[in-house]
Design a protein around this ligand. Structure first.
Ligand SMILES: NC(=O)c1ccc[n+]([C@@H]2O[C@H](COP(=O)([O-])OP(=O)(O)OC[C@H]3O[C@@H](n4cnc5c(N)ncnc54)[C@H](O)[C@@H]3O)[C@@H](O)[C@H]2O)c1
Length: 87
């Protein structure tokens, strides 16, 4: 199954993107730091997410490394900026 990594995926827009992917037969992984001002009930938001939710900050390189460990994630573009979007 193809999987999409959605940064900020637990947020308003990200959740709709995730649902769209899942309806299309993809898996969805949210990378989200669950900001308290957005997520008043983070446990409920994690439970509502239609896929895997990895808690972390997108600016933290170690989070991306852990994503690589749980899945074959490839970033949207490589250093040359030409790698295709694919996970
Ligand atoms: N009911 C409604 O109509 C409704 C509700 C909420 C928002 N909105 C609108 O939607 C728009 C905002 O939606 P959105 O989805 O962009 O914002 P959002 O705040 O809902 O989601 C952003 C997500 O990104 C995460 N995030 C932020 N910084 C991060 C970081 N450094 N690393 C990882 N995750 C990080 C947050 O925790 C959050 O889950 C606004 O225009 C707002 O007015 C509408």
């Amino acid at each position: 199954m193809k999987k999409a990594v959605i940064t900020g995926g637990a947020g308003f827009i990200g959740l709709y993107i995730a649902r769209t992917f899942v309806e299309a037969g993809w898996g969805a992984i949210a990378l989200d730091n669950l900001q308290p001002q957005v997520h008043l009930d983070p446990r409920a938001d994690v439970a509502a997410f239609p896929g895997q939710l990895v808690e972390g900050d997108v600016t933290d390189p170690t989070v991306w490394s852990s994503l690589t460990a749980v899945d074959r994630y490839r970033p949207p573009c490589g250093r040359d900026g030409r790698r295709p979007v694919h996970v």
